[in-house]
Design a protein. Structure first.
Length: 288
């Protein structure tokens, strides 16, 4: 950890913000770093990147990358000692995405009876359900469920497990999740228990895990990660997909869409649809 918790904020035009976000994604030293990008002021055309380094090396990496874009104004703010995660979650409203209602402990009394209610506690894992990529995946799952059910589901890069849990709660019988971060695997399992969802999570960086292979092929695969690993995993994800199956891809900026889409087309999948939300895009691809 850094000696002092820091938040690095960059503001500027959308083109510069998205280009800087691409540079962050492509920087090997920032591969596991946390940041977000959003439109801060629509009227003025101001976009914002918030970066949260956890090591001095990540802080230096963010400063270096963001400083390469003259159109961005970069500020570094010190965060006082506090449980920032708990404070942030307490201020987040619940999320509605199709039939799904995602909420934390602070909103447990607000869950409506006519929706699929998912209580998700982030802990040290990524993914409360508020991010545009996660919402996009849930919206696409809701749309697909109007036409069919998915018996076998895999969530690649599960984070808090919200997507795998959503699948299990809507009738999927065999659901697996993977993540390279062991605390995330533990937290996802805890969230599955909170939601009475039968999901097994495994610490794995690829799909070669014996438990993941044994449960396939999958009728539906979520991969809500980043553009570069999405491209790298195109072959194993396509290979794990059953005939007629669908893959929901997210975690990528609109500017990354063409590269990721091409990687999956090259594996014999066909493009079905896209969903834009904020600066992010969610893709649905299908095996014939």
């Amino acid at each position: 950890m850094t000696e002092q918790a820091l938040q690095i904020i960059a503001r500027g035009p959308r083109a510069d913000a998205e280009a800087a976000a691409r540079a962050i994604d492509e920087d090997a030293g920032l591969e596991a770093a946390t940041y977000s990008i959003l439109e801060e002021d629509e009227a003025r055309g101001v976009w914002r990147i918030d970066a949260f380094p956890v090591t001095p090396e990540e802080a230096d990496g963010f400063r270096r990358v963001l400083g390469g874009w003259p159109g961005l104004s970069v500020a570094v703010e010190a965060l006082a000692d506090a449980d920032w995660l708990a404070m942030a979650l307490s201020g987040l409203p619940p999320v509605r995405a199709g039939r799904f209602f995602v909420f934390g402990q602070h909103d447990r009394g607000r869950a409506p009876p006519n929706m699929v209610n998912l209580r998700i506690e982030a802990g040290a894992a990524f993914g409360t359900g508020h991010h545009g990529t996660t919402v996009g995946c849930l919206i696409e799952l809701d749309r697909l469920l109007k036409a069919r059910r998915f018996r076998r589901v895999l969530d690649v890069g599960a984070g808090t497990g919200v997507l795998a849990i959503a699948a299990a709660r809507t009738g999927s019988r065999i659901v697996r999740g993977t993540d390279i971060d062991r605390p995330s695997v533990r937290i996802a399992g805890e969230n599955a228990r909170l939601n009475a969802a039968r999901v097994r999570f495994h610490a794995a960086g690829d799909l070669a895990n014996v438990h993941i292979q044994a449960a396939g092929p999958y009728d539906l695969i979520f991969a809500n990660i980043l553009a570069r690993p999405l491209v790298a995993l195109a072959h194993p994800i396509a290979s794990a997909l059953a005939p007629g199956g669908r893959v929901i891809l997210s975690g990528l900026l609109r500017s990354h869409e063409r590269r990721v889409r091409a990687a999956y087309l090259a594996q014999g999948l066909r493009f079905e649809r896209r969903l834009y939300r904020d600066a992010w895009v969610t893709l649905v691809m299908a095996r014939a």
